[in-house]
Design a protein around this ligand. Structure first.
Ligand code: GDP
Length: 323
């Protein structure tokens, strides 16, 4: 039985990846950070199948113990302070977790299980104020937030450990990926939750920021397969994972509202509070390398995913109203 350790297992990606690895017959270890209120919503259905180990990305000793306890062949580092907006009011915390946390994890692996394969969750936010379009593995980075800057560090330290210590370390540069399990503060989920609440009469308006921002949005369930594929290759390498399509936030609103026969223009109010100090205007990925080398491709389209998210939020909000 292969063993995998996942950090960030209670998050969106961690939950889909844990499902995938359990299906494949892995023993899955999940790094659990102590919280005063439980956050198992995304993994409630598989909670008992995961072997839990305690730790925190900012505490190297805890990571050494976690790697020692799990003896993993594969490690997926998905934990982070992952919300761009929060990275301005909390830049140091973001750096400690999202940047230096990667070094802590790599050190734990190097010291305890140097032959284990390591996946780092890098991000299209590293491209930020893009210097070419579409963005691919060779596109220079120009991050636009403390989050993006931290992810650039995480990316390069992963490459550096591969080159310095001959570790099997890969960095997946994933463009935005969403699902019904996406955190409610991200724009897709904020919109599909808002649509459900407006449709069911719980609210009438949705306050939004920049509707002109463009993102390459894929489905998280498809993207975790790429993470696994990267660790099954003969050589460690870095890959862009994307849909090769870009859409504005406005298109997202149109698709989500029209799915329940509403017009977004009747409900959306622009609120300067949701504009960012520096914006990433356009992301569009080119995942040719992943297609050719990993044989990876997306299955769920942007429209299908937004419909899925609206349907799930409608059912959830309806259930909440009954309770
Ligand atoms: P990000 O790409 O990791 O920052 O993912 P988000 O889902 O948080 O944001 C995607 C884009 O949507 C950004 O360009 C935001 O400026 C834009 N956006 C517009 N209105 C909102 C909003 O109300 N909330 C969020 N989270 N993003 C918004």
């Amino acid at each position: 039985m292969k063993r995998a350790l996942i950090t960030g297992v209670t998050g969106q990606d961690g939950s889909y990846l844990a499902e995938l690895l359990l299906e494949k017959g892995y023993k899955v270890y999940g790094l659990r950070r102590r919280t005063s209120t439980p956050n198992y919503e995304n993994i409630a259905h598989i909670r008992n199948e995961i072997e839990w180990v305690s730790g925190d990305l900012t505490d190297l000793a805890s990571l050494i113990l976690a790697v020692r306890a799990s003896q993993p062949e594969e490690i997926y580092n998905l934990a982070a302070q992952s919300f761009v907006e929060t990275s301005w009011p909390q830049p140091l915390l973001t750096g400690q977790i999202t940047a230096l946390g990667v070094t802590n994890m790599l050190e734990a692996v190097r010291l305890v299980s140097p032959d284990a394969r390591f996946y780092q969750a890098s991000s299209s936010e590293m491209f930020g104020k893009v210097v070419e379009t579409p963005q691919k593995e060779t596109t220079p980075f120009y991050p636009r937030s403390p989050y993006g800057v931290s992810k650039v560090y995480g990316h390069w330290i992963t490459v550096n450990y591969r080159e310095s210590f001959d570790m099997f370390a890969c960095s997946g540069i994933l463009f935005n990926h969403e699902s019904p399990r996406r955190g409610i503060e991200f724009v897709t989920r904020k919109v599909t939750d808002g649509v459900a609440r407006i449709k069911l009469g719980l609210q009438s308006e949705l306050r939004m920021g920049n509707l002109d921002a463009k993102r390459d949005w894929g489905f998280a369930g498809d993207y975790v397969k790429a993470m696994w594929l990267m660790l099954q290759q003969e050589q460690p390498d870095d890959y862009v994972i994307a849909t090769n399509e870009t859409h504005t936030v406005r298109e997202l609103l149109e698709i989500a509202f029209s799915h329940v026969d509403l017009n977004y223009e009747d409900h959306v109010v622009i609120d300067p509070k949701f504009f960012r100090p520096a914006e990433v205007d356009l992301l569009l990925g080119d995942c040719t390398k992943a297609k050719n080398k990993l044989g990876w491709e997306q299955k769920v389209s942007f429209r299908e995913m937004i419909h899925m998210m609206v349907e799930t939020d409608l059912a959830r909000v309806e259930q909440e109203m009954k309770n």
